[in-house]
Design a protein around this ligand. Structure first.
Ligand code: FAD
Length: 502
């Protein structure tokens, strides 16, 4: 007999992860007869209260839910994000952009970076930013939607959002509740398990109520109530590679320029983020507590704000890494309950989203097949490892040696995959994207070149053009991009015109 599909889902936690999961499950699975989603959250406990910058994949999530982009921009006070500007990461005084989308224009069927590498070998030292429409538009404070399948450089633009995370959770909650999700206010005080199998059967609240379910989604944040605490799935600790373990966050009034870019500025024991929203700036200082005290980290943050603080600093602690298995028995963890890699490349909300997508495609029946669970865990592990490698690159490939922290990072023993990628790029300028990994060739190019990794050679096809023609073509691409950027509206004008401004 075919096992019955799971129809009773309980989500523990109503932060970004919980409400993203609730909205998606209700929208996609809600058509199954008898399907129900219950979400339990505790206002007294609250949410982590940070998490404002995203990557382009979020557009896919919003579209899946049929969200109108301008309504979303208004409701969440969102701005556009065309990439991340890294300031002082290579050395003080230097900056580069990790833009979304890709570089250059199509040339002779090989990756653009080979022409750029050849250009620098023959004397054109223009940084690669000049060949990215997203980087140049971002720096100019401009924005427009991409124009796919055209010859315009705008075909190479991709974008994401910066938003108020609390507002996003509320926005999704309204949609989820409209789609039938039941919200229960209360604190989970006990996780009930089957004595023999250990399968979770229900959660008990402080009110005495027990909520039973077939599938439990643990979105309880760093507490990891079900996966970590009840099922005791161990945590893979990656803090040797990513030593930042603390953060202090504070919003402030809008000040300075607010381009459609997240800014990350390197500091002596970590880095500071600056995220411009429509109504305020989000700021935070991520640091290693081994290398700086909380007081000093907070003072440094407050001394480097572009506006007036709007709240008391929010202190956070974490360990880089993830649970060894994100899915165990009938519990799937999403968000901080599953793991956390620091927010340097704004990947956490994406990890929630990809976990949801994976869960939807491997959605279990009541027999909870081992193959599906193994597949889910394998893909999740790979995704965390890929992101870890990309993050480690930023710290390791730096020339900074002005503090103990940076000396530690420069001398790290690299994960094998990252070491291979770096060797390949250094020796031949080639970049390979393996297993459909999250970060594209363009992302690796941006950060490797931005962090001063210089290739020794380039693809032979890039040597077919003579020197003058190579230089001329590079100049032409820069001009086309610069000209296109000039024609774009400012982000503010775009939001006003399209109805996305508050
Ligand atoms: P939380 O927001 O902590 O939510 C946990 C939920 O569980 C809450 O509703 C809480 O009430 C509930 N809960 C806990 N215990 C109980 C209980 N006993 N009973 C009932 N309910 C309970 N991500 C990005 O993508 N971009 C960023 O720029 C970014 N910046 C970040 C900066 C920092 C310093 C940190 C720490 C994280 C950042 N993140 C970022 C990550 C992002 O904040 C999270 O991935 C995202 O908010 C999801 O959090 P969550 O929902 O898993 O957890």
């Amino acid at each position: 007999m075919t096992p019955a599909p799971v129809t009773n889902v309980v989500i523990v936690g109503g932060g970004t992860a919980g409400w993203m999961a609730a909205a998606a499950l209700a929208h996609v699975m809600g058509k199954l007869p008898g399907f129900s989603v219950t979400l339990v959250e505790s206002e007294a406990i609250g949410t982590v209260g940070v998490g404002e910058a995203t990557i382009p994949q979020i557009i896919g999530y919003n579209r899946m839910l049929g969200i109108d982009e301008m309504e979303f921009m208004r409701e969440t006070r969102a701005t556009y994000k065309l990439g991340i500007e890294f300031v002082d990461w290579l050395r003080p005084g230097h900056s580069y952009v990790h833009p979304f989308g890709s570089y250059g224009l199509d040339m002779l069927g090989i990756d653009f970076q080979h022409f750029w590498i050849r250009g620098s070998a023959i004397g054109d030292e223009t940084p690669v930013d000049a060949y990215s429409i997203a980087a140049m538009a971002g720096k100019a404070g401009k924005f427009d939607w991409p124009r796919p399948n055209t010859k315009s450089p705008m075909a190479k633009l991709a974008y994401a959002f910066q938003f108020d995370a609390a507002r996003y959770a509320r926005f999704l909650r309204a949609r989820a509740e409209a789609d039938g999700v039941t919200r229960v206010e209360g604190r989970v005080v006990e996780v009930e398990q089957n004595g023999e199998s250990g399968v979770v059967t229900g959660i008990k609240l402080d009110s005495g109520q027990t909520i039973e379910g077939e599938l439990f989604i643990d979105c309880s944040g760093f507490r990891s109530l079900l996966l970590g605490q009840a099922l005791e799935v161990p945590f893979k600790d990656w803090s040797d590679w990513l030593p930042c373990d603390s953060a202090v966050a504070v919003p402030c009034t809008l000040g300075g320029k607010h381009e459609p870019l997240t800014r990350s500025t390197a500091r002596p024991a970590g880095w500071q983020w600056r995220i411009p929203l429509q109504h305020r700036l989000g700021n935070g200082h991520v640091f290693s507590s081994q290398h700086m005290s909380r007081e000093d980290a907070t003072d440094l943050l407050l001394a480097n704000l572009d506006g007036q603080p709007l709240a008391d600093p929010n202190q956070l602690s974490f360990t880089a890494g993830h649970r060894a298995r994100a899915w165990e028995k009938n519990v799937v963890a999403l968000g901080l309950a599953a793991g956390f890699l620091e927010p340097l490349e704004s990947t956490s909300i994406h990890l929630v989203q990809s976990g949801i997508a994976r869960l939807l495609s491997l959605f279990p029946d009541t027999s909870f097949g081992a193959t599906e669970i193994a597949r889910f865990n394998e893909e999740t592990d790979r995704e965390y490892a890929d992101i870890r490698d990309f993050l480690v690159l930023h710290y390791n490939a730096s020339e900074r040696d002005d503090s103990e922290f940076w000396r530690y990072c420069r001398n790290l023993e690299l994960p094998e995959g990252l070491r291979e990628k770096l060797e390949m790029f250094r020796s031949s300028g080639r970049i390979f994207r393996e297993n459909n990994e999250l970060f594209t060739e363009a992302s690796w190019l941006a950060v490797m070149s931005g962090q001063g990794v210089h290739p020794e050679r380039y693809h032979p096809v890039a040597g077919l053009l003579d020197e003058a023609e190579t230089l001329e073509r590079l100049r032409h691409i820069r001009e086309v991009i610069a000209h296109t950027v000039e024609q774009l509206p400012t982000q503010d004008a775009f939001l006003q015109q399209r109805g996305g401004a508050v």
